[in-house]
Design a protein around this ligand. Structure first.
Ligand SMILES: C[S@@+](CC[C@H](N)C(=O)[O-])C[C@H]1O[C@@H](n2cnc3c(N)ncnc32)[C@H](O)[C@@H]1O
Length: 277
């Protein structure tokens, strides 16, 4: 029989991970249905044969590169526990900057908000949880991701979000929003990072866009102007080297008050602009 403590010392079996200890803790806590704190309270707990076999399997899959979030089926975003699967992006902490920016920009009074490419529903659900008076529409092209977002919405009981299938704006009936947000695909197909780490297990449709990663942002910005209320905001996440190009795209789309915001690493990771009042 092997104890919790012995299993947590198996970091050497995950040489490719830069967070081996954390991976072990998250996977073991998930398998045992306990918190990570519990592992430290009960280091001498002995895993049953069945638990040990399952944990060994998880370590083999993790060592082969599978993301921890795919192995546990969940990821926390904005303190919300979201189900994840291989149909879309695993929500990233970076995207919390977009949520923070949106919350700071718009009043808590009723607002009509659109989240394009919602994936797990991360952005829309985070905004809905913070602003019960807002009405959110979350659009997604992938039917599997759409079903995942709907499961997350239902599990969190957030009734102020409606999830719909749409290819960007194509299936959104004419109407106006006070705020449109999106974390669209923005990686260039030739980017070597696509062959590293978790992204190898995420769909290209959630990551890659043409025209050096800018094609989807161009489509969104060009169409957004017709869907924004006067004074309404568009906020888009993008790569840290894309901000100057995205500002030009926003200008060409007719948006005003354009600026990019930096993350905690001092890198410009999102751009916002509004429709003239
Ligand atoms: C980078 S992921 C972002 C997912 C989620 N919003 C987040 O921040 O974690 C981009 C999402 O856009 C979706 N997508 C890609 N092309 C789309 C399109 N033409 N119309 C709508 N959604 C699209 C992908 O399926 C994916 O879920």
């Amino acid at each position: 029989m092997t104890t919790v403590k012995q299993n947590l010392s198996r970091g050497g079996e995950l040489p490719g991970s830069d967070s081996a200890r954390l991976d072990l803790e998250v996977l073991l806590a998930h398998l045992l249905g306990r918190s990570r704190t519990w592992l430290y309270t009960w280091p001498e707990y002995e895993l049953s044969e069945n638990e040990q076999r399952q944990f060994d399997d998880l370590l083999i899959r993790r060592a082969a590169g599978e993301p921890v979030a795919h192995l546990t089926g969940e990821r926390e975003f904005w303190s919300l526990s979201l189900q994840v699967d291989a149909s879309t992006l695993i929500p990233r902490p970076d995207t919390e900057l977009l949520v923070e920016t949106a919350l700071a920009l718009c009043p808590a009074t009723p607002q009509r908000v659109l989240d394009l490419g919602t994936g797990t529903g991360a952005i829309a659900l985070a905004l809905a949880s913070e602003r019960p008076a807002w009405q959110l529409l979350a659009a997604e092209k992938s039917p599997r991701a759409l079903a995942l977002a709907e499961r997350n919405r239902s599990n969190l009981g957030l009734d102020n979000v409606r999830i719909v299938e749409s290819d960007w704006f194509a299936q959104i009936p004419p109407q106006t929003f006070d705020l449109i947000v999106s974390n669209p695909p923005y990686i260039d197909a030739a980017d070597p990072h696509l062959d590293e780490g978790d992204v190898r297990f995420e769909p290209r449709s959630a990551l890659v866009a043409g025209r050096e990663g800018l094609a989807d942002i161009e489509v969104i910005a060009a169409a957004a102007i017709d869907y924004l209320a006067p004074g309404g905001w568009l906020i888009v996440e993008h790569g840290w080297q894309q901000a100057p190009a995205v500002r030009v795209i926003f200008e060409d789309a007719g948006l005003v008050s354009i600026e990019s915001r930096k993350d905690y690493g001092d890198r410009e990771r999102l751009t916002l602009g509004r429709r003239q009042c």
